[in-house]
Design a protein around this ligand. Sequence first.
Ligand code: AMP
Ligand code: GLY
Length: 427
Amino acid sequence: MNILLLGGGGREHALAWKLAQSPLCTALFAAPGNPGIAEHAKLVDLDLEDHAAVAAFCAGQGIGLVVVGPEAPLVDGIADSLRAAGVPVFGPGKAAAQLEGSKGFTKDLCAEAGIPTARYVRCMSADEALAELVGFSLPVVIKADGLAAGKGVIIAETADDARAAIEDMFGGSFGASGAQVVLEEFMEGEEASFFALTDGTAIVAFGSAQDHKRVGDGDTGPNTGGMGAYSPASVLTPALEADVMTRIIEPTVATLAARGTPYSGVLFAGLMLTAQGPKLIEYNCRFGDPECEVLMMRLESDLVELLLAVAQGRLGAVPAPVLGQDTALTIVLAAKGYPGTPEKGAPIALPSAPEGARIFHAGTAHKDGALVANGGRVLAVTALGASVTQARDAAYALADKVDFPGGFCRRDIGWREVARAAALPAE
Ligand code: AMP
Ligand code: GLY
């Protein structure tokens, strides 16, 4: 089968690597792709906002499956356009992608379905939000409703900060995404991510992960898209995972199906593990980046078989995904300046990766025949280990061999999980 992968980051490199391994894959195309993806796929120049052009490419190449990596084309309805043209797509349609496209949509769905989440109000104007603020204790969480590349959430410690954030959002600092705002109660606990595949009816677990959002060691400094991640996250015990499935994932899938807008694709649940049990922070309608890199390292199943079954509504008829017992850990090498203005064009020389380790390209390009940095997050250096400590040591050993003087990484990826492992009694 011919497959088209949309996107060009580290998530898509990990997906391309796994898709290309499948005996079901005849030819893999990627748009726009990147130099790492080019090792597994033929790169094609397509405008992802031009759905008719993407559909025409699929018809011309006999594409039997489109895998959509990032959220923006999904929220924009590319899956609907391609399905209407008869192309199987992995990823939700526009209506179900509102789970990521609108925070208020998700909160209302939680209220309707009784899904545990923070208390909230949706506000349409600054005056309304300022008036509602008195109903919340501090800190209070203020969120731009729409997509904001992970930047639309402010945790305000003081009433002045909260008022400033509200004025700022309605003042247009997040563009149209801030035309509506959600005020939310602050939840205490540890964060973890849980993934599930669903075709709208069948649902299967696809593993857990934790990431590091802050740019600096010790979880300090500004938020990023993620400076590293590991899977599994042992804090999400089998009992908690079962709880998340029955109280969060299943009612979400059932509610969207009952509304006539079934969800098909991967559901990425951001969770807060509170004293009252897991609560939903937010949904993403695609794999995480860099969470996808660690999930793909652990995946033993045929990815094409799974994603095609989701796309064709046959998920219940294929074997459930198998994720290996080993821990995978990834370290993001970012360009200096990230998450502000990353320096572009710094040269990179890559070592060869040993067995059980891989370097995924996130933001690279070829310039005059040489590999250079071309984004904020540049590489995701990933390794498997029998324990999180072994995975971490293998990943740092490889990261330290990367010659990228224009880059930096955190030195403490996995610290929480490593500390947990160290606290366990020796076997
Ligand atoms: P989101 O984009 O909704 O995932 O929010 C980004 C980050 O803000 C989350 O990963 C949490 O660290 C934090 N956050 C969001 N909502 C809450 C909440 N209600 N309570 C505590 N932290 C939150
Ligand atoms: N690493 C977080 C995300 O992909 O949204």
